[in-house]
Ligand binder design. Sequence first.
Ligand SMILES: [Ca+2]
Ligand SMILES: [Ca+2]
Ligand SMILES: [Ca+2]
Ligand SMILES: [Ca+2]
Length: 303
Amino acid sequence: MTDNCRFAVFGVLAGAFALAGCGADAGGESASQTKEALTVSCDIGLSYSGGTWKEKAFANVNSACPSTTTFGFGDPSDIPIMFDNNEIATYGTTASGDRLGRFFIDRDRSRGWNTGDTFTRFMPSPLTTDQPFVMKLVPKHLVGSTCQGPSGLQIAVSVVGVKRGSTWYIDGNNNGTWDGTSQCDITGSFGTASDIPTPIGGMIGSSGGISGSSLVWNFDADGSLNWSGAPPDYSLTAFGTDTMRPFSDASSQTMGAQNGADVYLDKNGDLVWSGTPTDIGVSGYLTSSSWRFVGWWTNTIVQ
Ligand SMILES: [Ca+2]
Ligand SMILES: [Ca+2]
Ligand SMILES: [Ca+2]
Ligand SMILES: [Ca+2]
């Protein structure tokens, strides 16, 4: 699937989009071949409420796209997180069950807790006010450091972290625990204490609302892990209002905002609301505001 293809064919309803025929492979060259290969891309969102996840295509306009499925993963009090493409995780917020500060990661993408999945407490003394996140660790975060990162760090690696106040603690050596900067974990100061962490790809970022106005999105575009002013960092107000809940999905490099049961995604990644169908906006995508939108992935189906 090419990007041109990905954005080429859309429906006319707000938020609805169709990729039927997109990526069609010319396939056979003779009439004797009875079936041509056809790939269909289905953009699928993940949402969470009280320990139950829902996986649902944004607009099931192609019958090949999977229908809505639900499954259990995590504790009702957990915070849901997109760990990597199509890989989910939760973060414990309660001392009950010794969950506080632990990341629970569905490593095998089975949508259930089983052998091979992992859980680890990141901060040794977690606070109930800690805000968990997942981001991509990229080489620029280790510039000037003697640390090489996980396996030499040639490509972006998803790592966990916690924002405590305005301080960011990032698992730079990717072992699931905070070991201090002497052990190649990394830290920075970015945003305000009340900001919600919204990293995109390898950029840390945070968002908060201005009462009666817009969401303010700040991103560490220069990779210093600290606010450097804009430019070189970004401070943006062109996506969402203060009544919405901002979120990001580091793996899909997408930010978005949830307004009750409605979901808005910056699908084209330009950090502003571009309107549908370039971005995704689906009214009533969630069955109620008790559901929390977490992230999304693209499932390519070969028919
Ligand atoms: Ca699993
Ligand atoms: Ca570590
Ligand atoms: Ca910066
Ligand atoms: Ca956009």
